[in-house]
Ligand binder design. Structure first.
Ligand code: SF4
Length: 424
């Protein structure tokens, strides 16, 4: 690994990050990347020479442990370190991603209102223009090409690429499964079915479409186009999200077909990261109808798999208020099946979402505890429950939400975290 000095820029190509997604309390990078260091900032680039991370040194930068990340959908996300034990207990990670767009986040601090954070993004635009000028006189050739391409990846080009990405999968991903936090939300999405079954009244991310599986031809087309889209940077990915809101309800053969072809055609065996991960959402009907034979096959694939099921509440009154057209008996049945699958399969984890908020019926939380107490006689490390705060139009104080959540967490025999909605 050789560094080059041009003016006050230290440029290092082919930096090697960690091969394994790890939960650590310091900034960590994965796979391979390039870096340009200035006295004020560190800029890091993916293998397509697109800006991916910015971290400030001094200049009012909020904390040496915090950074900005740009997603493939061209959104900036600020990684907030906060108080380590608090963030870890509430979210399961040492860092709290704060997107630049409105989400279900109840964090009172908006990093994008911080002058030092917006100045870092502005400084990046200035640097890119300087780099474009420097590139023509730079030697050796590979460094010149790097600078040239960094210069070409301007905001217009990055926006064009994000639109191309969304065209391939036929629309943005409005919400990623909460389990994708295990790979820092770095997933390649492949849509195998659009729409969803329930169109619940409370849901902000639903599509108007009825549940419609994609054809095998469409799935292969997406994989091939995504392979071309990710290009050199494909090797920095080892995780697939089979979308959209209820991939588990698709024909089991279609799910396995998509997972196997993604692994083979995207070359997940030979990436810069260890192992491979698969993420899906599933509905209550999907998990109830699923056959153990399907999970046997899933277990035999070269992935570790997380399937997130939207249970929302074990209380019929709450389900009615949420306008979720399922019964509390179905929720109990789905929950039981989740526990059975988690016990039987070492490489599969079924996780669940429950809603959480001030205005829900008083029977909501007791019914959750009754369900878990009935079905579990001891704590389990598998079967994470995510609580999704519902705001009901009013802003609940962050501290209030977290404090009340801790009470639930300590009484729940399953790992419990708050769900942060992120798009792609
Ligand atoms: S919560 Fe899930 S099932 Fe209900 S509308 Fe939203 S995406 Fe569809």
């Amino acid at each position: 690994m050789q560094s080059h000095q041009i003016d006050n820029l230290t440029i290092t190509l082919n930096k090697t990050g960690a091969r394994q997604f790890t939960k650590v309390s310091y900034p960590i990078r994965y796979g391979r990347y390039a870096e340009i260091k200035t006295p004020a900032y560190t800029y890091q680039f993916n293998l397509n020479h697109e800006i991916k991370y910015i971290q400030g040194h001094g200049n009012g930068w909020p904390s040496p442990s915090e950074w900005l990340k740009r997603t493939v959908g061209n959104d900036w996300v600020y990684y907030l370190a906060g108080d380590y034990s608090g963030v870890r207990d509430a979210f399961g990670e040492y860092y709290l991603p704060c997107p630049s767009y409105p989400t279900n986040s109840f964090i009172s601090r908006n990093p994008f209102k911080d002058r030092a954070v917006t100045a870092a993004i502005d400084a990046w635009h200035d640097l890119r223009e300087k780099i474009s000028t420097l590139a023509s006189d730079t030697r050796p050739e590979h460094l010149k090409q790097f600078l040239k391409q960094v210069g070409q990846n301007d905001p217009v080009e990055l926006d064009r690429k994000a639109r191309r990405f969304h065209r391939i999968i036929a629309g943005p991903i409005t919400v990623l499964p909460p389990d994708t936090r295990h790979v820092d939300y770095e997933v390649i999405p492949i849509i195998i079915a659009d729409g969803c079954l329930y169109k619940c009244g409370f849901c902000r991310v639903k599509s108007r479409d009825d549940f419609t599986p994609r054809t095998r031809k469409n799935i292969i087309g997406q994989i091939n186009q995504l392979k071309a889209f990710y290009g050199h940077n494909l090797k920095n990915y080892n995780a697939i999200f089979l979308g959209l809101h209820d991939a588990l309800y698709a024909d089991p053969d279609l799910i396995i077909f998509a997972a196997e072809n993604a692994y083979d055609l995207l070359g997940l065996k030979n990436t810069h990261l260890n192992g491979a991960h698969l993420f899906l959402f599933g509905s209550v009907d999907a998990i109830i109808d699923s056959k153990m034979l399907f999970f046997d096959t899933l277990q035999s694939l070269p992935y570790s798999t997380c399937i997130n099921i939207g249970l929302e509440s074990a209380d019929q009154q709450t389900l009615n208020i949420l306008k979720k057209p399922i019964t509390s008996e179905m929720v109990a049945q789905a929950f039981t099946k989740m526990l059975v699958i988690n016990k039987k399969y070492s490489k599969i984890e079924i996780t669940a979402n429950f809603v959480y908020g001030d205005h829900l019926p008083p029977s909501h939380l007791p019914s959750f505890f009754e369900l878990t107490r009935k079905k579990l006689d001891r704590p389990s490390g598998k079967g994470t429950v995510y609580f999704s705060p519902l705001m009901n139009g009013s802003v609940m104080e962050h501290r209030n939400i977290v404090r009340r959540f801790y009470k639930i967490k300590t009484q729940n025999p399953l790992p419990s975290y708050l769900y942060l909605i992120q798009r792609l």
